[in-house]
Ligand binder design. Sequence first.
Ligand SMILES: [Fe+2]
Ligand SMILES: [Fe+2]
Length: 313
Amino acid sequence: MITGKTHLADVVNANPAILSVLERLGIRLGFHEATIEEVCSRYNLSSLLLTDICNIYSRDGYEPRADSLSIQDIKRLIGYLKTSHSYYSQNSLPKLHEKIHLLLEEGDRNNARILHKFYDDYDEEINRHFRFEEDMVFPFLESLLDGNKNNIAPFDLHLFAENHTNMEDKLSDLKNTILKYLPDGYSQSLRTEILKDIYSLEEDLAKHTEIEDRLLVPSISRLLSDAVSKNAEDEKSTEDSEPESTLSQREKDIVAEVAKGLTNKEIADRLNLSIHTVTTHRKNISRKTGINSISGITVYAIINKLVDLNDLK
Ligand SMILES: [Fe+2]
Ligand SMILES: [Fe+2]
């Protein structure tokens, strides 16, 4: 098990994939015999966060302790995940594309078309997933971390993990086609290089998803449940007759339509209601959930399975 006392160089020697983690965290090489704790203190980084990430990378099935990360650590973790997204979409994926292009330049046109299609589908799907997290999930979580009480809603964040699209299938189709089915006649060395790139990308993305599911989601869940129970205590103490927090079926319908990007007028038409009624429902939804923004409502709808990801604009 990797701890704060482990030498960082030993961690990298045991698992070179950690090199990418260090790069994304801005930790420069040349750390001599320093332990994780020593390196982290130089970079004003929590050693708990780095040990958790290293353990997820190095130990299959590692379960981090959800209560160990502070709000500051979770913000840094979200920053790390964003940097990883840019690394994948601006570095790993374009490089892979370039090599695939080069490999297919000479061969059969049909093979080229099929493989390019595999690649393009995969590229589109994974970038859509990154955009969803960056435009909706991360800003919402960041505002929660900043203590924006208005955004605190009693939803089950574990459903977010369930919503994590499995993006590995398409990459695996591409890999198997290049490995098993592409006929002889293509550059063997380039083909091998592409496969090695795909294997390491696959592994890295699987770890990225594990970090989101096993570290980010449980840590935020813990903060949320703390906040919700604190809210409940506050409410009790004021003895106010606060409105119940569950949404009616009609309100859930409206949440789903808002998430799909419909205006109040469009929602009124679709659900056969007056605009005034829709506006009243919208106000009640905000009051009950504490969520005001459209992106917040969208995340709420997704996490509570009121809308399908595919129905979003
Ligand atoms: Fe992500
Ligand atoms: Fe993700």
